[in-house]
Write a protein that binds this ligand. Structure first.
Ligand code: GDP
Length: 328
């Protein structure tokens, strides 16, 4: 989601900048001129290298306030937006200080009385810059940790209308996602679960819809969750425009219907205001009584109708959205 470059540690950053600086030279006709210009070139390169590297870190994290709800909540959950801002603030501070010190030193080195003086100024600058970078070592470290987590945030366009599929394991959620997707669903990493989200999509009337199965998330009772998992589930409410809750009335999934009904009640509670379509799967094996639509994710029977009903629920929920599509 966020292409943040690898974050260097403080010693790595200093090393990189010193190495670049050591290659910079200054031309001149006299020893003094060469000494001055060499020192100027080195401290400038030092400052520029640190400036450019740290600048990339700040730019890589897009304005956090402007992130859409879903990725922002995940970033906040993973690393805490407050912590992230604190680290970026420290990094920015260091960048400014290094620039200031190097600018000042370049001016002094350019006016040095002797080549030895120029070298002394250069060495002093290396020392000051090294200690400035060292001061933000903990921030670079925690930013590197944050980066490793942030890059797990799934690359899902939160603006795209999305159907989230819920229900106990083995009721046929992933089969259903496959049944209504055009093409093969992809797995998007999702922090807090090892399995990731299965994300499929299909198009109707020039609009793309996402259909997402959330293995390990909306498939067991909330009481078995730790607080982080609950939050991770709640983040999905920013994604879900409609929920298709799948039942398996054959109970071949291993969960009796009364447990499945209870899970539905919990999902309803966790997603207030999100329309929920209750659908019975595995109709090829058995058709229960009742008014719930019946589908077979295996044969595809009834799946398209459920997808259409889901789209109708989305459009009736979003004011000003396009009318419900009829045919693809
Ligand atoms: P999930 O854990 O809810 O994602 O369930 P899966 O999609 O992995 O399906 C679990 C098992 O049920 C698999 O063996 C599927 O082939 C089977 N299954 C899914 N849908 C149907 C269906 O409509 N009819 C039948 N007979 N089997 C199905």
């Amino acid at each position: 989601m966020f292409p943040i470059p690898t974050v260097l540690t403080a010693p790595e950053l200093v090393d990189k900048a010193f190495r670049r600086a050591s290659k910079a030279t200054g031309k001149g006709t006299t020893k003094l001129e060469r000494g001055r210009r060499g020192a100027v070139a080195k401290v400038q390169t030092l400052g520029d290298t640190i400036d450019a590297t740290l600048k990339k870190y700040g730019e890589a994290v897009p304005s956090l306030e402007r992130l859409p709800d879903f990725p922002r909540e995940l970033v906040d959950l993973l690393v805490g937006i407050g912590n992230l801002k604190h680290d970026l603030g420290a990094i920015e501070w260091c960048r400014d200080q290094v620039k200031r010190v190097c600018r000042q030193s370049a001016r002094q080195a350019g006016r040095a009385a002797t080549p030895e003086d120029a070298m002394r100024i250069r060495k002093a600058t290396y020392g000051r810059v090294g200690s400035l970078v060292q001061q933000i070592a903990p921030n670079l470290q925690s930013f590197a940790r944050a980066r490793r987590k942030i890059i797990q945030v799934p690359d899902i366009d939160p603006e795209m209308p999305t159907i989230v599929v819920a229900g106990y394991p083995n009721v046929g959620k992933s089969q259903f996602v496959r049944a209504i997707s055009s093409g093969k669903p992809a797995v998007a990493p999702y922090p807090f679960t090892t399995q990731g989200l299965n994300v499929g999509h299909f198009d109707r009337r020039y609009q793309r819809y996402l259909v997402v199965d959330t293995p390990g998330l909306l498939d067991r009772p909330m009481e078995k969750r730790n607080p982080i998992e609950r939050q991770a589930i709640l983040a999905l409410r920013h994604l879900a425009d409609v929920i298709v809750f799948l039942f398996d009335p054959t109970e071949t999934c291993g969960y009796p219907m009364d447990l499945q009904e209870r899970l539905l009640a919990e999902v309803r509670e966790a997603f207030p205001g999100v329309p929920i379509l209750e659908v019975e799967n595995k109709a090829d094996l058995m058709r229960a009584e009742g008014r719930r639509p019946k589908v077979s994710a295996l044969t595809g029977e009834g799946c398209r109708e459920v997808a259409d009903a889901a789209l109708a629920a989305i459009t009736s929920r979003v004011p000003g959205a396009a009318p419900p599509p009829t045919a693809g």
